[in-house]
Design a protein around this ligand. Structure first.
Ligand code: HEC
Length: 183
């Protein structure tokens, strides 16, 4: 008698707990748990106090140069296409495009330097080696001959950081899977 009752009670409690846990689980599937967005105000620019603004934003307003990841995040490949008119005398960008004075640049971001087939590179770029990333591409396009002394690329460079970021976004768009942007 006693034990049957106890069993029933324990059984009822277990079922109740199980139902609770189960409904919580299903509930979380249907409606994901709420995650507070702490810096929503900073992101929308709604914050009144400068201390609450995203650091990049505050820096930009103070006239400080923006970092490359920030420039890339806001750069427009369409603008890059216009600036890249300076490159097309020597380069093609499309897949399977031919080498001209310079190598074809399809999927150049993330690619090994000096690795385009049938292009006769200078000793300078071959010696440098490594892969093309965002920071080094930015430096190369600023002044090719400073970043890579004795390169064959006879191009003075792009002075404006925003122009370089736009060109890099344009270069990046020519790829089967565009390289992830830097954080
Ligand atoms: C006057 C011709 C010329 C112009 C203009 C020019 N390039 Fe080049 N580029 C070259 C040559 C030549 C090379 C090969 C460099 C070497 O062998 O040292 C090269 C190499 C490169 C490379 C390295 C390729 C690799 O396979 O590693 C990149 C990236 C590049 N150029 C991007 C650009 C971009 C972007 C522009 C426009 C903003 C541009 N170039 C404008 C001639 C040019």
């Amino acid at each position: 008698m006693w034990s049957t009752n106890t069993n029933n009670i324990i059984g009822a409690i277990i079922i109740a707990l199980w139902l609770l846990a189960g409904s919580n689980y299903i509930g979380n599937l249907v409606i994901p748990p709420f995650e507070p967005v702490y810096d929503a105000a900073a992101n929308t620019g709604a914050a009144k106090s400068p201390a609450k603004k995203a650091p990049e934003k505050a820096a930009a307003e103070a006239g400080a140069p923006q970092t490359l990841p920030v420039l890339l995040a806001s750069a427009d490949a369409g603008k890059g296409k216009k600036i890249a008119k300076k490159c097309v005398a020597c380069h093609t960008f499309d897949k399977g495009g031919k080498n001209k004075v310079g190598p074809n640049l399809y999927a150049i971001m993330g690619k090994d330097r000096a690795s385009v087939a049938k292009f006769n590179y200078s000793g300078a770029i071959k010696k440098m080696g490594g892969k093309w990333g965002f920071e080094d591409m930015d430096q190369f396009l600023t002044k090719p001959k400073v970043f890579m002394p004795k390169t064959k690329m006879a191009f003075t460079g792009l002075k404006k950081a925003g122009d370089r970021a736009a060109v890099i976004m344009y270069l990046r768009s020519f790829a089967d899977a565009p390289m992830a942007l830097p954080k």
